[in-house]
Design a protein around this ligand. Structure first.
Ligand code: SF4
Length: 387
């Protein structure tokens, strides 16, 4: 009997297909994107994604409590009334049981749990919390759990979700209230979404002794005229004020049977440039005003934003490698945090006066670096044949 129930539950899970197709869940969203766009057909294994999580690479069960939804986000395949969507709903016991079966069999080691909204956000979040509670406290699972936060839930529900999960996501979808209204008319930007991220940071600040989930968000890029300046300005605020671990950018892709089915898709390269810029804000501490935006408010797609900035600022005013502060070194295309630290260590031991010295300390692209630096007061000679 129990075996039959498990089998029915897993069959149900497989009917959902790749339900979180449009939502990256790991720390390598671009790799995830490439994998998912290569797939043509779905089967049960599509619910299991190999993700780079904060706990390392894991096979993660990526699924939803229900594929039914009472909201009508214009880009979403689960929106209310879309005829093509198969609606499948799990109870918390069923979902926790499915996870336990797969985890015990060694098929998954991690859960990414989202949901459509039925009977309001509070009721839906309760089901997500109940599922995670069973997995953590009855099944005693200590591995990776990522929970989606429904828009406009109660403070205590957010707190409980953060106690149960390693990571929570509150997807803003758009960088401003006006843009969100065009994407998702029933979502309320500040009260339902931004406030969740602010509360999450408050909860972490008030409970420093507790292990609580980190926060991430996602934007749908390019469907409603949103600019890179808008997206990155909001990302910058989220990194500095709400201490987000990560911002995801998802290039818009029109889904048949939705109001946006006739809109053009957003180019993948735009998503890639947004990730590069986002890392400059989060990891390199750039100010958003320093990013090389065009008049349109977008970034060039034909060049890395760090290189575009350096072409404008460093070609005629190169950085002296022997004297620059770490922050200046990080401005040089081809020098990341590891490279900047290597340069600082190496120059304490002696002079860096040739490109080959940079190669020897692990700078992978010294030819790229050469355009923007002085080595011991001189433009580097390009002795490429030595490499
Ligand atoms: S609330 Fe979520 S599941 Fe529902 S239509 Fe909007 S994006 Fe889709």
């Amino acid at each position: 009997m129990a075996g039959r129930l498990v089998s029915e539950t897993l069959t149900k899970l497989s009917q959902m297909g790749d339900v979180t197709l449009h939502e990256p869940a790991g720390d390598s969203p671009q790799a995830e994107r490439i994998r998912r766009t290569r797939k043509q057909e779905f089967n049960f294994s599509d619910c299991i994604a190999s993700l780079q999580t904060p706990r390392g690479p894991k096979p993660v069960l990526k699924t939803m409590m229900t594929t039914a939804c009472e909201r009508n986000c214009h880009y979403c395949v689960f929106r209310a009334g879309r005829a093509k969507t198969k609606r499948v709903t799990f109870s918390p016991d069923e979902m926790a049981g499915a996870f336990d079966t797969l985890q015990s069999a060694g098929k998954v080691d991690g859960l990414f749990l989202s949901s459509g909204i039925i009977k309001g956000s509070v009721t839906t979040q309760d089901k997500i919390i109940d599922t995670a509670d069973i997995i953590r406290n009855k099944q005693r699972y200590r591995g990776y759990i990522h929970l989606k936060i429904m828009p406009g839930i109660e403070y205590d529900q957010l707190y409980r979700s953060m106690q149960l999960a390693d990571r929570i996501s509150v997807n803003l979808e758009a960088p401003t209230s006006e843009r969100l209204h065009k994407l998702a008319p029933k979502k309320v930007f500040v009260e339902e979404l931004v406030q969740m991220l602010q509360w999450a940071q408050q909860i972490r600040a008030d409970n420093r002794h507790q292990k609580l989930a980190s926060s991430v968000t996602q934007f749908v890029v390019g469907a409603v005229g949103d600019t890179d300046l808008e997206l990155l300005s909001m990302s910058d605020k989220l990194y500095s004020q709400a201490k987000l671990a990560r911002v995801y950018y998802s290039a818009f892709s029109p889904a048949p049977g939705t109001p946006f089915e006739g809109l053009p898709p957003t180019e993948a390269i735009r998503e890639f440039r947004l990730y590069q810029s986002s890392f400059l804000l989060r990891d390199y501490r750039w100010d958003v005003e320093e990013l090389p935006f065009l008049q349109s408010g977008n970034l060039r797609t034909d060049v890395d934003p760090k290189q575009a900035w350096a072409d404008e600022h460093l070609l005629h005013q190169p950085i002296e490698i022997m004297q620059a502060e770490r922050e200046q070194l990080l401005r040089i295309p081809g020098v990341g945090p590891v490279g900047a630290d290597a340069i600082m260590r190496a120059r304490r031991r002696g002079r860096l006066s040739e490109l080959i010295h940079l190669k020897q300390i692990g700078i992978r692209a010294p030819r790229k670096v050469a355009n923007y630096v002085l080595l011991d007061g001189k433009r580097p000679a390009r002795q490429l044949k030595l490499f």
